[in-house]
Design a protein around this ligand. Sequence first.
Ligand code: GLY
Length: 432
Amino acid sequence: MALNVLLIGSGAREHAIAWKVAQSPNLGKLWIGPGNAGTAAYGENVEVETTDPEAVLALAQRIHADLVIVTPDDPLAAGVVDCLEAAGIAAFGPTRAAAEIEWSKSFAKQLMADAGIATAGAKTFDNAWEAREFARAIYMADLQCVVKADGLALGKGVVVCDTVAEALQAIEDAMVHNRFGPAGARIVIEQRMTGRETSAHAFTDGVTVRHMPFSCDYKPVFDGNVGPNTGGIGVYSPPGWLDPAIQSAIENEVTERAVRALAAAGRPYRGVIYPGMMLTADGPQVVEFNSRFGDPETEVLLPRLRSDLLDICHAVAHGRLAEVPVEWSDDATVGVMMASAGYPGEYETGFPIEGIDSVDSDVHVFIAGAQRDEAGVLRTSGGRVLCVVAIGATVAEARTRAYDNVRRIHFEGAHYRTDIGATADAPIEASR
Ligand code: GLY
């Protein structure tokens, strides 16, 4: 096999996927649409409007792609996989109908209710007045809620509300001020859960499910989980605090149950499925389903993958996942995201990045938002700039190595959390 592969996306996740796919002896040529300065080391970056299915199809046809790997949520929701498959091009990623488990929170809630998958109680609203009444009743009962835009909102559509005033403001923002556009015209109000969170990734071709190791990402921008949420500012794997019996319960009673429920609903699922889980006092509960590799989880998972990622993606796309090995190392990995000053709010870009060449040879620097200028100088171009990933025998060792290498990389205003993985091996009662 010498497969021509098109990878869709442009983040540190895609840099990690490109790095791993490029190791396959079965790779012919890799294109990345649009890619970034990191993916360019493994293939040819090519401009494409990733949410335009016809544009992705035209590119795939032009380069004679044998396989298209679609990872970001927006292209999946736009139906890129459907368009490719209708034209006879194999694609790794769920169809629009299967990906609805991520792009509609209300659909996911209904699927979970029907399939008996544990999640917080919730109600869907198309009417702001009714939503306000429901939210008020929750706080009258001394409970709290989370207000979620039903659709995709660049990771900003979920508001965890400490007070009724915050809940009413979140409803107003989504439904009256249209802060998230059509994605917020419908909202889901969910009872707030508390506990530690973990990400449970799996490959599936709709029948066979191969679970990945568990991982944990950090959303708030500052140490101690303070400040506004980011797209993910640090990550580690595995969580030593997560009981193996609970891991099995999540795999069997959440992930595999969801795959079966989608198949039964006539929406066979192919790609990566990843429930975000919370370990509550009542047991593990689903926070949300994602229809793709997580970012930054991918950056710490793929360095632990011993098997050939291209073979896995190819097998998934052809419904043959049972035929290929999916094996993982026992290593621990820690990823520290370095971000632009001000992120996730406003930030400046264009600052030169120095020191990447000085990291240890087995440490990865996955580029999220950086581009080379005409002189070849790597400059910041996004909020999340790069993810430094180190490997160790334990999370503690990987963490020490990650920070040792982070300190060798410099750009103006660089921000990173200093507590990534600090409580990875602490008991579950400890806050992370
Ligand atoms: N790790 C968060 C996400 O990928 O949505």
